[in-house]
Design a protein around this ligand. Structure first.
Ligand code: GLN
Length: 200
């Protein structure tokens, strides 16, 4: 899979800014919102936005089962609201999630909109926008025995994590105009290397 197609879930939130990063990393960008489109891509990005709104739209359009089925066999990267959708447990308040990663997250943990801020992650300036905090990484997610890795921390909390084909960042690397971001490069490399892993 030298030129994988990365589907960015396009129900709500920050979708289009991923395009130049994905293309600069040597992959193809696709905005996806129907089961047919989900089946046609090699991997997913669950973008930043509002997780509650995304959940409402997923329910309203009956997309839960098709997404769950696709997530079992394809890499997924959640960004901010997407991290919340990937977590096993969500607080502030509690809400439904896909449980792909063995993490508990607290929504809006840094406070209100005014408390959004920038941070340097992997020598790359990124934005934290009403970001969640990953409270307790532990155990294994649905990818079984794969090792849970913390790829970066910020103010002593994990902000970039990975287990097998699943990756999450609580910040928005797509808003930085320096293509591709290290996180997009890492995800596209992960997608290229994942076919064997997922089939095994
Ligand atoms: N606060 C949002 C939520 O709880 C996430 C914000 C973001 O994705 N930048 O879903």
């Amino acid at each position: 899979m030298s030129h994988p197609v990365i589907g960015v879930l396009a129900l709500q939130g920050c979708v289009e800014p991923h395009r130049p990063h994905i293309e600069a990393a040597g992959a193809e960008f696709a905005a996806v919102k129907t089961p047919q489109q989900f089946d046609a891509v090699d991997a997913f990005i669950l973008p930043g936005g509002e997780s509650t709104t995304m959940l409402k739209l997923i329910d309203m359009y009956g997309l839960w089962d098709s997404l769950t089925r696709n997530f079992k066999t394809k890499p997924v990267w959640g960004i901010c609201a997407g991290t919340i959708l990937m977590a096993q447990h969500v607080t502030n308040p509690q809400q439904k999630s896909f449980g792909l990663l063995p993490i508990s997250v607290q929504r809006n943990a840094y406070g209100r909109q005014l408390d959004s801020h920038h941070g340097m992650i992997d020598n790359y300036l990124v934005s934290f926008i009403r970001a969640p905090v990953i409270l307790s990484p532990s155990g294994v997610g649905i990818s079984g025995e794969a090792e849970f890795e913390i790829l970066a921390t910020h103010e002593s909390a994990p902000v970039w994590v990975r287990q097998g084909p699943y990756m999450a960042t609580t910040f928005h690397p797509e808003l930085t105009q320096d293509f591709p971001s290290p996180m997009h490069r890492t995800f596209v490399d992960l997608v290229r290397g994942s076919a064997a892993q997922l089939v095994a």
